[in-house]
Structure formats: C-alpha cells, structure tokens
Design a protein around this ligand. Structure first.
Ligand SMILES: Cc1cc2nc3c(=O)[nH]c(=O)nc-3n(C[C@H](O)[C@H](O)[C@H](O)COP(=O)(O)OP(=O)(O)OC[C@H]3O[C@@H](n4cnc5c(N)ncnc54)[C@H](O)[C@@H]3O)c2cc1C
Length: 617
C-alpha cells in the first residue's frame, strides 16, 4: 500500500507521532475512574482550570485535586494543533456551539458564541493572539469596588501572567523588543515566522496614519502598531495551549474528561458565619464526587454562572422560573456580561498577489503547504493573525468622535464598571479604545465567493476593528424554558449595541478601516473593497452595515464579577463566591471590567494568582 501513497500522505503518517507529546500524562478518559473524594475539585479543564490545578498540585503536593472536564482530551486533533486549521474548530465537535438570543439592535440576528468543549477549553479553539491591555486597566481591579485588598493590580497580575509564558525570541531583528515577555513558563509564544506580503504592509500603513510603532506592546502600554506573539510551539509550529501546563502537574491531580458537572453540592447546615459550605459536585449522569476542602468553578464566562444557578445561587426570580430552589440570593450571577464586538471590511487583492484564500480554491497548493507544515518548514498553515494596532480615539485619524464627550458628560453612567470604562477614555491611561487586526484571506460577514461565481479564486484580506470598552451590558442565565436547565445551553443576551456609544464607535471604526486600506503601502495591494463595498457612504448606510456585520470578538467576561456584593458582585477579591465558605470561581467570568486586549493572558494570570490565594488560605 505504501507504494501507492502520495509523498504528502507518507510525510503526515511519519510525522503525526511527533505530536503525541501533547498527550497529558495525568488524564483519564471518564469519570468512572474517579475517586469518590478529593481535597479540591476544579470544574472545567480549560484555560484557567488547567493552569490553576497544575499550580495547586505544585503548591499543595499532599492534597488531591480532581479536574472535571465536559469535553474529551483530543490531544491529536490536527484541527486544534495546526494553526492554519483554526477556523475549522468553530461550530465543530469541540465547540459548545452556543449562540445568543436574537439581538434587538442587530435586526433580530443571533450571534454564535464559540467556546471550547475539550481539554484546554477555549485555548484549543482560539486565534492564538497573545497580548495585554494597559497597566491602568488591571490596576482598576484593586479598587474597593472590585478586588479590594487581595493584591490585584497590574504589578501582581503582570507577574502572574509572565509565569504562564515562554517566549522565543525571533531571529529576525526589529520585530519585538525586550519588555513584556517572559521565559520558562509552559505556554510557548513566538513572533510568527509566516507573514504574507500584504500583511507586512499593515504596520507601516498604521505608522503613516500617525500610530506609534510599538515593539514592546505587552509591557503595559499597548498603544501603537506592531507584530505580536502567537501561542505556537517554536519546535514544530503547533498550537501551544492550556494543556501545556499538564506535564508540570504532580501525580496528585486526576484530570477526568467527558465529565459534565451539573451542580455543586452543599452541606445541609451553613457554617457559623451563615455561609454555604460546598461538599462536592453532581455530574450530569447523576454520580457524585465529594470535595473535602473546596470546589472551584473554572467553566468559563458562559458556563460558570449556569452551574451556580443550577446549584441554587443567583437571582431567586430567575431560579424559581427555572424550577430551582434558591439557597443563596446573589442577583449578580450571570449579569454584567461584557463582550468585545468586532466589525470588519474585506479587500480584494490585485491579481499578482495571493492570500490565505488560496488554501480554499487550490487543492494542490493546500496539500503542498500542509506537507511543508508537517516538515516544519515555513508554510501558509503556520498562519495566525499577528499584526495589530491598538489606538486611542485621538489616534484614529479623521474619526468623528463627537460622541465621546457626550458620553463623558452623560448622567446615565452610574455603575462602578462603567465609571472605570469612562476613566479609560482619558487618554493619559494609555488604554486603547480600538483594536485593528489584519487577517489574511476572507474573514467577512457573509462567505467566500461560491465555487460557481466569477470571484471564486480571488484573494482577499480582512481588516477587523474591535471596540475595547463597550457600554452595553448583557447577561447569561439558565434557560428556564429548557427541560433540564442545568445541562441545556444557557440563555445568552449580550444586548449588543444597545448603548449608543457602542453603535457610534463601531460605525467610526468601520469607516476608519476604509481609510486604512486606502493608505500606502497597504493600498498598493488593493484591487477593490469587497465588503461592505463603496456603495456604503452615509452614516445611515454604515450603521446598517454594522448591524449586519457585527459579531463577537470571543471575549465574554464579567458574569461572575469580582466585585462588592452590594453592587452586584459574585466573588470577592479572593475569588470566593459571596456567601459561601469554600466555593470559588476562577476563570474569565471574574474579570470585572473588560480589558483592551484578547483575554487569554489575563485568564492565565488570574489562574496563576488564584493558585496562590487558594494554597495560602
Ligand atoms: C474562537 C475564539 C477565539 C479566541 N481568540 C483569542 C485570541 O486569539 N487570544 C486571546 O487571548 N483570547 C482569545 N479568545 C478568548 C480566550 O481563549 C478565552 O477567553 C479563554 O480561553 C477563556 O478561558 P476560561 O478558563 O474562562 O474558559 P475556557 O477556556 O472556555 O474553559 C472552560 C472549560 O470548562 C469546561 N466546562 C464548561 N462547563 C462545564 C461543565 N458543566 N462541566 C465540566 N466542564 C465544563 C469547558 O468544556 C471548558 O473546557 C478566543 C476565544 C474563542 C472561543
């Protein structure tokens, strides 16, 4: 048979075993192998869950830890490991396949909400951008309204984020400086070796538009344009994700996959402080695993609130509608949902250039590039979106930002969260208002031209704009109408664009993308604007385009906010659920105020910090 195989097939068969290192040693395939009792139960083997449990096992070598993950381990999934296949994970077998309820301001459109349902969680699906927000944005977490006196803030979180990372310096000079990166951590980061020609034009274009060149964008001042790290292993250019922690874990950790947690169990009696005492969890199959010390939810922003509510913690009117008995009234559970949204424009390249789209329409090229990837040679399959600009409004040349002062003077801004976001519009904080990301190939709101259309075989690039601090706040709750609210998909309502700032900001952002594409040197690659198309000119037309094109930038936060209970917080500064003795939440849901960055670095940092908080208590 081997004689009839193509060269490429043989290369892949030979090299797949090299990827098997990714199998984490401590993983068991099913909850049937679980012990009955552990000291700590961590619910969710995702980004935070694997980082937290690994560090806990190192800090507490004599305590037993169970990680319960709903999805499979999937260590050999090439869709996860090969960067150029990342898009295939969305709505694939390792995605929870969640979606929002119809969004009133998007003409009733629902928006998909990808989330990893696999060991490694959303870092198995994500787009591998590794960046950070401005220092002032993390400092806010130390305010009394949020993390208070538990040591949060840029300095401690930066230190924690750096513990997650091992940066490999690029051989190429002048693409990244010295600050903002670290060495020796489990998650591998590199400056991607593969950058299409048209993408290399993005940074000089932004500089021509007045953005500073920033070669140390992860050091607490992200403003400017530059190339940023991606979470890739330099040795084989496969994805480096949260499973990279597991080889560091001790034998005191059991990672149990395909184990979906339905509820947290509590002792019958509250403790002497009147707090609920967690005693374990029930799984969806009805089995019970007990916890001697703590239960820690790391199920992510869209699932941790659901587990709390299913366990009787939340807003009693929501719980009773779902037939759940309230054990602890905590109305902030599932509220304060803040998600980044993006809008994009797509440009057709001149005929002599090609883009990532060639993988779609040229099978021979795709096979050749895949072989190069397996041979660990520079390949289109290395591709990650790694060229970014972060801007304040005054750096967005030509934007009509008259909506900003009216927002600053608005009397409708009351909450501690909104006040913090308003403070970031003060540009002395260095907090960006807008992110622009170059994405090679078609990544628009509709779809790549159909095989029978005249533009099939055309090559595109996409400019993505994400507004960083949005004032629309949504919620995620158990779906009272579902037969089994604990395990059904939650009801997600981000209320996209309900605040006028968000709609105006996205409109100006979308308009600015056209300006970027028309600026040299990027404009020398452009044949024509493909989406939205030059017929879109007036503000009304841009607003309509935004309503059709806007979607998530995949960063839901805030649904179990680390915040004072009196103002809707769910966890305290030590990440303990208010009103409980030993139930914590450690994941993206505790981030109280959304940050101007992709959030995986923050989530790893939260987990790193949390391990010390838990071990120290
Ligand atoms: C498509 C996509 C692209 C993204 N791109 C980037 C990017 O480029 N850069 C960046 O910084 N960030 C990016 N993000 C965001 C970032 O990856 C996530 O915000 C972060 O990984 C979330 O970490 P978490 O620990 O909160 O949740 P997750 O990593 O999602 O982990 C939650 C885990 O809990 C499990 N779980 C849930 N419910 C249960 C249950 N009931 N029982 C047992 N287990 C359960 C899940 O299966 C999952 O494994 C992206 C996210 C997505 C989805």
């Amino acid at each position: 048979m081997a004689g009839s195989m193509s060269f490429g097939t043989r290369v892949r068969m030979l090299l797949v075993p090299l990827l098997l290192w990714q199998i984490p040693a401590a993983v068991a395939s099913s909850s049937s192998t679980a012990a009955e009792t552990y000291d700590y139960i961590v619910v969710g083997g995702g980004t935070a869950g694997l980082a937290l449990s690994t560090r806990l096992s190192q800090l507490l070598p004599n305590r037993s830890i169970a990680v319960l993950e709903a999805g499979p381990a999937a260590p050999h999934s090439t869709n996860i490991l090969i960067p150029g296949l990342k898009g295939s994970n969305l709505q694939g077998p390792h995605d929870w396949n969640l979606t929002t309820v119809p969004q009133a301001r998007l003409d009733g459109r629902s928006v998909t909400q990808p989330r990893g349902r696999v060991l490694g969680g959303s870092t198995a699906l994500n787009l591998m951008v590794w960046d950070r927000a401005a220092a002032a944005e993390y400092d806010v977490w130390a305010q009394p309204a949020f993390g208070d006196d538990a040591g949060w803030g840029w300095e401690s979180l930066y230190d924690a984020m750096l513990r997650a990372e091992n940066f490999t310096r690029p051989e190429e000079a002048g693409v990244y400086g010295d600050e903002g990166v670290a060495y020796g951590g489990p998650v591998q980061t590199v400056i991607n070796r593969y950058v299409p020609e048209q993408q290399l034009a993005f940074v000089p274009t932004m500089v021509n538009l007045g953005a500073p060149l920033n070669l140390e964008s992860l050091d607490g001042n992200p403003l400017g344009a530059g190339r940023q790290p991606s979470t890739l292993r330099p040795s084989d250019y496969s994805r480096s994700y949260a499973t990279a922690y597991l080889p560091l874990a001790g034998s005191n950790v059991d990672v149990l996959t395909e184990a979906t947690v339905a509820t947290v169990l509590f002792e019958d009696e509250k403790n002497s402080d009147g707090e609920l005492v967690a005693s374990g969890v029930t799984l969806a199959d009805g089995s019970v695993i007990k916890a001697r010390a703590e239960v820690i939810l790391s199920a992510g922003s869209l699932k941790s609130p659901q587990i709390l509510e299913s366990s009787g913690i939340g807003n009693s009117s929501i719980l009773s509608a779902a037939g759940i008995q309230t054990l602890l009234e905590l109305p902030g559970v599932g509220e304060n949902l803040q998600d980044h949204v993006k809008v994009q424009s797509v440009y057709r390249l001149k005929a002599n250039y090609s883009s990532f789209d060639r993988i779609r329409y040229d099978a021979a090229y795709a096979a050749q590039q895949l072989d190069l990837w397996y041979l660990n040679e520079t390949s289109a399959y290395d591709y990650t979106g790694s060229t970014i600009a972060f801007l304040t409004w005054s750096q967005v040349a030509g934007a009509n930002t008259s909506f900003v002062p009216s927002l600053l003077n608005s009397t409708a801004v009351h909450s501690a969260i909104d006040k913090a976001k308003l403070s970031f519009l003060n540009e002395s904080t260095n907090a960006p208002a807008l992110e622009l990301l170059f994405s090679d190939g078609y990544f628009g709101a509709a779809s790549y031209p159909a095989a029978n259309s005249s533009l099939y075989g055309a090559n595109f690039f996409t400019l993505i704009a994400g507004v960083q601090h949005l004032f629309s706040t949504g919620s995620v709750h158990v779906d009272a109408a579902a037969p089994s609210p604990a395990t059904a998909a939650p009801r997600i309502d981000p209320r996209y664009l309900e605040h006028p700032y968000d709609a105006a900001a996205l409109r100006e952002a979308a308009k600015y993308l056209r300006r970027v594409a028309a600026t040299p040197p990027l404009n020398t690659f452009v044949e024509a604007e493909y989406e939205p198309g030059l017929e879109v000119q007036t503000d009304e037309q841009w607003d309509e385009y935004v309503r059709q094109a806007v979607s998530t930038l995949f960063h839901p936060t805030g649904t179990c906010a680390m915040m004072d209970r009196a103002i809707g917080g769910v966890v305290d500064g030590r990440l303990r659920v208010h009103g409980t003795a030993n139930l914590r939440v450690v994941d993206a849901s505790v981030i109280p105020v959304q940050i101007s960055a992709h959030i995986q670095t923050a989530v790893y940092g939260i987990a790193e910090r949390a391990a010390r908080l838990v071990a120290g208590s």
